[in-house]
Design a protein around this ligand. Structure first.
Ligand code: SF4
Length: 351
């Protein structure tokens, strides 16, 4: 296998370690629901079996592949457990079956000693669950770490050869839209290689579920979460930082009927955000070009057709109404680059 180049879209072999290594339970968290798994730690035999089965489903054996430990606090595990898991995964890298290892961990578990502990293993990517960069919001969620822990962790990681991902949440107890945007701007200033944005939802069995039932917590509406994520996405886009995920992933691991009590969950949340960004961009373009009251033809790469139209043609309806248009047609034209649309033949960009 030639020297691998980390890919923004790797094939991931997910290994869930729900709540393993966590010093306590954060208020919004129920990893047993998020990961669909009750046991915190797999046995090494089960771990190898799981990895083998997952790799058997990889269609392209040359696709950049990482074994990923998540759902807990990887560097919060005992030293021996960290070494056992990494050694098991590293054997796959040595055999050329996998390119690297990634894990997620809390910012307050990053220190020189633990980074030295993992230095000899083929770890390629580390994701930090930052959630917020405001101490009062972190305290409300019982995170047990501060914004300073995040800054210190990022500084320590800057000298190490890892891809760095930062995860943030919106709609946390005590947070506001302005607070989340401030978190987004500060995270962008830390120059991670990628970010994930998760709207807070109320998981059954989480401490937040009790707050919700007692009327102490109200989640964001889906509309508000989409609008806020769109603003955050643009902050990261302007810093050329990829947002690799927005919203939780539905699937066998997350059964929304079984696991969710309330909150802005949507199976295509990221698509809703990207669609809202286009609606805003096209709306500003119509305003700037003085096209209100007229007829509008939008030409777009076929990959973007559904994003431009919006779910159930929501974008078309909103733009027709807002600009009093006589007609609006969205047509596929694959010669148009996919960060652009043509509005009556004139280029309109997303931002
Ligand atoms: S949010 Fe992360 S640190 Fe907090 S309990 Fe869940 S897995 Fe553990």
């Amino acid at each position: 296998m030639s020297t691998p180049t980390p890919s923004p879209r790797p094939f991931i072999v997910p290994v869930f370690i729900p709540h393993a290594g966590c010093p306590h339970r954060c208020i919004f968290c129920n990893q047993h629901a998020t990961t669909g798994q009750m046991a915190s730690m797999p046995s090494l035999i089960d771990l190898r079996k799981h990895i083998d089965e997952f790799l058997a489903h990889r269609r392209d054996p040359n696709r950049y592949t990482e074994i990923s430990f998540y759902g807990g606090t990887f560097l919060g595990l005992a030293k021996e457990q960290i070494q056992l898991l990494l050694a098991t995964a590293a054997a796959y890298v040595r055999k050329g079956l996998v390119d690297g290892i990634r894990f997620s961990t809390r910012p307050d578990t990053i220190d020189a000693g633990r980074l030295d502990l993992i230095a000899s293993y083929p770890v390629t990517t580390i994701e930090l669950g930052v959630q917020s960069i405001q101490d009062d919001v972190l305290a409300h969620s019982a995170r047990g770490h501060t914004a300073e822990d995040t800054r210190r962790a990022v500084t320590l990681l800057a000298d190490r050869p890892y891809q760095l991902g930062l995860q943030m949440m919106i709609g946390l107890p005590g947070d506001t839209a302005a607070g989340a945007l401030s978190t987004g701007r500060q995270l962008a200033g830390l120059s991670p290689d990628f970010v994930r944005i998760y709207p807070t939802v109320v998981f059954k069995g989480s401490p937040l579920a009790r707050w919700y039932l007692e009327g102490r917590y109200e989640p964001l509406s889906l509309e508000a979460a989409v609008a806020l994520c769109a603003e955050l996405y643009l902050i990261f886009a302007r810093h050329e930082i990829p947002v690799i995920r927005m919203g939780l992933q539905a699937g066998p691991e997350l059964d929304t009927d079984r696991d969710l009590m309330a909150g802005p969950f949507h199976p295509a949340f990221g698509e809703l955000v990207r669609s809202a960004i286009w609606q805003d961009a096209i709306s500003r373009h119509l305003e700037k070009e003085g096209l209100g009251g007229g007829e509008v033809l939008i030409e777009v790469h076929s990959r973007l057709l559904s994003q431009i139209k919006g779910q159930h043609d929501d974008n078309i309806i909103a733009l027709l109404n807002r600009h009093d248009l006589r007609a609006m047609e969205v047509r596929a034209k694959d010669a148009v680059p996919d960060d652009t649309v043509l509005v009556n033949g004139v280029v309109c960009r997303r931002w």
